[in-house]
Write a protein that binds this ligand. Structure first.
Ligand code: HSE
Length: 302
């Protein structure tokens, strides 16, 4: 079998709506091999669709068809460490695993660029799929079906405190509350900050992050969909967050924190959240993952 490891991703980074994303040190694993039928199982207790609606299978089948092959079936084993519908790129991770796995099984007919384009085409925007493939901090733009992107490493000074709530928020819902039009003032507000975000995360200019993370495109409209959102933002500010934002479409909230104080930040945050009766939020410290999805050949151990 082959094993595909795909990192979680955090899109937008506040100001970079549909344009910026980073890969994080949290991973889904997928084992895959060709088969005469569809056999899908989960290694953990996370339930996954076991038919052709399974996202990994569906993406793999699309790639087979795009490359002129028909797919009889696949044996797929999933380990889903990226929680679903939380704004951490779980569906992108499944799509990327399906595409990369299928491409490998076919002898790599598509190159990385073509895989990036295909993944963005399926997902609709490239801000989760591209960092899942390339790793690092990725700025991307789509033009005429092609993704133009650059991946750069994130400064070692920065860690990401990830606050995952116990409830889901579907991206469709979180997009439906956004306005259709924005003023030029709001557009410029975000443009300037997202450019500042990329340069600051790369260079480690941490004092810029508080300003770079601000946004008028999506977060003001989404905060109301996330219970305790304002409380968690306020707490992060009090504990010394360098910049706090809603990860992707939410509901996960991420605080960028200095590497030296990251563990203490998480400990204090957990203690406060316990006092408030919201200890069921999962708080963990992650780094930016410089590498994107990876594939290994493995002896069958299932
Ligand atoms: N950029 C997307 C959004 C990420 O904010 O809606 C979720 O897929």
């Amino acid at each position: 079998m082959i094993r595909i490891q795909v990192p979680a991703t955090s899109a937008n980074l506040g100001s970079g709506f549909d344009a910026l994303g980073i890969a994080l040190t949290l991973y889904n694993q997928v084992w895959m091999e060709e088969s005469d039928s569809i056999q899908i199982s989960s290694r953990d207790n996370v339930p996954v669709p076991q038919d052709e609606h399974n996202l990994v299978y569906w993406a793999a089948k699309l790639l087979y068809e795009r490359c002129g092959h028909s797919l009889r079936g696949l044996r797929i084993v999933q380990e889903n460490n990226i929680p679903m519908a939380r704004g951490l790129g779980s569906s992108s991770a499944c799509i990327v695993a399906g595409l990369l796995g299928a491409n490998h099984l076919l002898g790599d007919p598509l190159n990385q660029h073509q895989l990036i384009d295909f993944a963005a085409e399926i997902e609709g925007h490239p801000d989760n799929t591209t960092p899942a493939i390339q790793g690092g901090l990725v700025a991307s733009a789509m033009e005429q079906g092609r993704v133009y992107s650059v991946s750069v490493p994130v400064s070692e000074k920065i860690r990401f405190a990830v606050f995952i709530p116990p409830f889901e928020l579907k991206t469709e819902m979180a997009r439906s509350v956004l306005p259709k039009d924005y003023s030029r003032e709001d557009a410029v507000y975000n443009l300037s900050r997202s450019a500042l975000m990329t340069a600051s995360l790369f260079s480690g200019n941490t004092e810029n992050l508080r300003v770079a993370v601000q946004d008028k495109i999506h977060q003001p409209y989404r905060r109301g969909l996330i219970p305790h959102c304002d409380q968690v933002f306020q707490l992060c500010g009090q504990l010394g967050s360098l910049g706090t934002y809603i990860s992707g479409a939410g509901p996960t909230i991420i605080a960028m924190v200095s590497a030296e104080s990251a563990d203490e930040f998480a400990q204090q945050a957990r203690a406060h959240m316990e006092e408030w009766g919201i200890a069921d939020w999962d708080v963990s410290i992650r780094s930016a993952e410089a590498q994107g999805a990876r594939i290994w050949k493995e002896a069958d151990s299932f």
